[in-house]
Design a protein around this ligand. Structure first.
Ligand code: 5GP
Length: 145
């Protein structure tokens, strides 16, 4: 998919938001939903998505939605740090297939990094153990402030 196109409400994140597909929730408020990436590039890899949006990418998002979205990203990133004590955190976002985007509902990745631990492959690693994901999600959720 290029940067141009129309929003497909059958995408997996839309299904998660509608409760039609499972997810391991970390946090939600009126504006954003945060959940664990099932193909994590590192322990604690979390995704944050706008709840009321049909933007496929950052370029398409309504400017008035961006403040609540990035505030949600910061809030969850702080909780990831507090819960897992990483040495660094990647916060990233892809626009268009050639950039690495694979799901076309706007989202931010929060990926903790530790010294000496290589980053896993993007959207290409193995599926996480659900019980482990739930345990990490609970650790992060406990640090949301
Ligand atoms: P993108 O490649 O679009 O930037 O990121 C999409 C992310 O969604 C990838 O990191 C991928 O691992 C993740 N992902 C793909 N399918 C699912 C799913 O069904 N559930 C969850 N929680 N994450 C998914």
């Amino acid at each position: 998919m290029s940067l141009d196109g129309t929003y497909d409400d059958g995408n997996i994140f839309a299904k998660i938001l509608r409760g039609e597909a499972p997810s391991v929730r970390v946090f939600e408020d009126e504006h954003v939903f945060a959940f664990m990436d099932v193909f994590p590039q590192a322990k604690g890899h979390t995704l944050v998505i706008p709840k009321h949006s049909t933007a496929r990418n950052l370029l398409e998002e309504e400017p008035e939605r961006l403040a609540s979205l990035i505030l949600g990203v910061q809030r969850v990133t702080r909780a990831v740090r507090a819960a897992l004590n990483p040495d660094g955190v990647v916060v990233t976002q892809f626009n268009g297939a050639v950039s690495g985007q694979t799901v076309y509902h706007l989202h931010f990745h929060i990926i903790p990094r530790w010294d000496g631990q290589p980053l896993g492959r993007h959207a290409g690693g193995g599926m996480a153990d659900m019980e482990e994901l739930k345990a990490v999600a609970a650790q992060i959720a406990a640090k949301i402030s």
